[in-house]
Design a protein around this ligand. Structure first.
Ligand code: ADP
Ligand code: MG
Length: 624
């Protein structure tokens, strides 16, 4: 019988490979930009027409190619970046598979002009559907210009599959962003249909982010930084209040390569889970540096999906670094005390030095670590740890064991930090005299809903209910973890009735409810005797418990929080509106003191903003 197996012609093999590497115009953009970066260019232009359907051109001032290399670069597995399998473990370049240009040339009309600085003439090469049409010396500038025209001219299925110009150009911009964000030291420009879309000068990372995404990002970002022997983490995360419901700007780079790694994304997002509402996404721009030998970027043709040797370790470092930054972020509001010029100081001791009290904080303090209530005695709510075991979150990954791992990672540093609790340099209200500086924060309650105070040199508007929710939340966590709320036993217990599902929940949560001050005893399936309530509680227990369970249940279904956080969150939500309006100035100041003693004071546990700050500059603008 005749043999039927034969090798595919190169042009066909390349076209098949192109199916994997080049899915749409944006894929060409990625490959050409990466080649330009690998060629050592410091100025790179991307010129696009009709969202890449008609033209994608990349012009660089890099090292260029010799006459022969200009031809060879279009062969499959032709690369200058890898010579032995061993090199795969020490990669510093973006490309290495040597298949991008061969793939592109198989499905488009390509024009290459290139020249090395040391050569007197350059090279022109025209290639269409893998067929070389021209290969001649030509006069051209140093560097390389590659034009890709009529993409998918011979693959109608792909061409027809392309989306609208705006969608395709969106993908192109995304690829462009990924490259420019990794190389802030290089200049880039992007033109579409003859118009300059973006021009980027060499800058630092933060400026680059702002230049790409707009000036409004300037104040949204907060730095993340962690250097260890094993991993370096740097970059910026967006403040929780800037999280977006739709897709957010999320960029993770490993060794200066954009990567898509669901586990690492999860490490960042879980750090925020308590601070932003469900379904919202935080923006982040994070660079990880690890030993190239511990990472496999060879697992997908587009090299976006990577495999890390020690995922758990990276997860742990990343998660705690982001948490630490979020903690520091919440400590940034600074109480600002202005003295009245005509203030009466007659009853002050003569030798007393007048000092402006400031909120001091240790920048390395990590509020997610557990530590006992501060020794200064001014914090009634400050002590609780509420780091959550990761395994309770809804996830596609096996997270079992992470919480233990994360815990072990933390305990090492907890010891040192216990003594360095951030202190609000204030005295407890009870020990403070009327005219002492602590009570000199200027504040005002408006419509029983807001407090306006002079904080951080500007005006801060504080949402009372959101702030109360935060204070209560931390208080309840402390109650469950360290210091239960005192129960006031009732002589004649009232009875509450719950649905069968809620009754089951109460039975399960009984020990924790007791720590929150509710002593409930099951009478039969759905009736409970209320043997005790939190001391000073005047609310209707039936209503509080019903609403609490409602909220607990929905949080549970949404997989938002572990048991204790969920309970604290649900109880705080019920109680935050049940307080009498504050009328006395000392009450308001005490409330502010409690808020700033919280481990996070600018977002409610449900992710709502607590403080809106208006700086002097902004005020100035009102009157321009
Ligand atoms: P890879 O980047 O994986 O090596 P490519 O097919 O993208 O594979 O490129 C093949 C080779 O062509 C590269 O290894 C490089 O030597 C050369 N090359 C491609 N683009 C450029 C460029 N802009 N400037 C200089 N050399 C280039
Ligand atoms: Mg390449």
């Amino acid at each position: 019988m005749a043999d039927i197996i034969h090798l595919l012609p190169d042009a066909v093999a390349n076209q098949i490979a192109a199916g994997e590497v080049i899915q749409r115009p944006a894929s060409v953009v990625k490959e050409l930009l990466e080649n330009a970066v690998d060629a050592g260019a410091d100025n790179i232009q991307l010129i696009v027409k009709d969202a890449g359907r008609t033209l994608i051109q990349v012009v660089d001032n890099g090292k260029g190619m010799s006459f022969n290399d200009a031809r060879l670069c279009f062969e499959r597995h032709a690369t200058s970046k890898l010579s032995s399998a061993d090199d795969l473990f020490h990669l510093t370049t973006k490309g290495f598979r040597g298949e991008a240009l061969a793939s592109i040339a198989a499905i488009a009309h390509v024009e290459l002009r290139t020249k090395m600085a040391e050569d007197s003439t350059g090279t022109l090469l025209l290639i269409e559907g893998s067929e070389v049409k021209e290969h001649t010396p030509t006069a051209t500038t140093d560097g390389t210009s590659i034009s890709v025209k009529n993409l998918f001219f011979n693959v109608p299925a792909r061409r027809n599959f392309l989306k609208s110009d705006s969608v395709e150009f969106g993908h192109i911009e995304e690829e462009f962003n990924r490259v420019v964000l990794t190389h802030q030291e290089l200049a880039f420009s992007l033109f579409h249909n003859g118009k300059l879309v973006l021009q980027l000068q060499p800058s630092n990372f933060k400026q680059r982010i702002v230049n790409v995404f707009g000036a409004h990002f300037q104040d949204k970002l907060f730095p993340v930084e962690q250097q260890t022997d094993f991993i370096n983490i740097s970059g910026f995360i967006a403040k929780p209040e800037n999280a977006k419901k739709k897709k957010s700007e999320q960029y993770m780079f490993i060794n200066r390569r954009y990567v898509r790694h669901p586990l690492l994304n999860y490490a960042v997002e879980t750090a925020y889970s308590e601070l932003i509402p469900d379904g919202y996404k935080p923006a982040y721009f994070i660079n990880l540096e690890v030993d190239p030998a511990t990472i496999d970027i060879n697992i997908s043709p587009t090299k976006v999906d990577v495999k890390l040797q020690d995922e758990r370790l990276v997860f742990g470092f990343l998660n705690s670094t982001v948490k630490k930054s979020l903690g520091q972020m919440s400590l940034t509001p600074r109480l600002d005390f202005d003295y009245e010029p005509g203030m009466d100081m007659s009853n002050m001791p003569k030798d007393m030095e007048l000092k402006e009290p400031v909120v001091t904080h240790n920048p390395d303090f990590n509020p997610f670590h557990s530590h006992p209530a501060s020794s200064g005695g001014h914090s009634s709510y400050g002590g609780g740890s509420y780091s959550k075991p990761s395994s309770s979150h809804n996830t596609d990954f096996d997270t079992s064991g992470w919480s233990d791992f994360l815990q072990s990672l933390k305990t090492e540093t907890v010891q040192q930090e216990q003594t360095e609790h951030p202190t609000l340099d204030l005295q407890p209200a009870a020990e403070t005299e009327e005219k002492a500086p602590v009570d000199d924060v200027k504040c005002l309650s408006i419509n029983k809903k807001y407090i306006v105070a002079n904080i951080a040199g500007g005006l801060s508007v504080i949402h009372i209910a959101h702030a109360r929710e935060r204070i209560l939340y931390e208080q309840y966590l402390t109650a469950m973890q360290q210091k239960p709320i005192t129960v006031q036993q009732s002589l004649f217990p009232e009875t509450i009735t719950l649905s069968p599902a809620k009754s089951e929940m109460v039975k399960e949560l009984k020990p924790e409810l007791l720590k929150l001050g509710y002593d409930l005893e099951s009478i039969d399936g759905t009736h409970f005797a209320v043997n005790g309530t939190p001391v000073d509680e005047e609310e209707d227990v039936q209503q509080v418990i019903d609403a609490f369970l409602e909220s607990y249940q929905s949080n549970m279904f949404l997989h938002r929080a572990d048991k204790e956080s969920n309970m604290a969150m649900s109880m705080a939500k019920q109680k935050c509106n049940m307080f009498k309006p504050m009328t006395e100035m000392c009450e308001i100041r005490d409330f502010l003191r409690q808020l700033f003693d919280c481990q996070l004071s600018n977002v409610s546990p449900g992710g709502k903003k607590i403080i809106h700050q208006i700086g002097e500059n902004e005020m100035e603008k009102w009157f321009d």
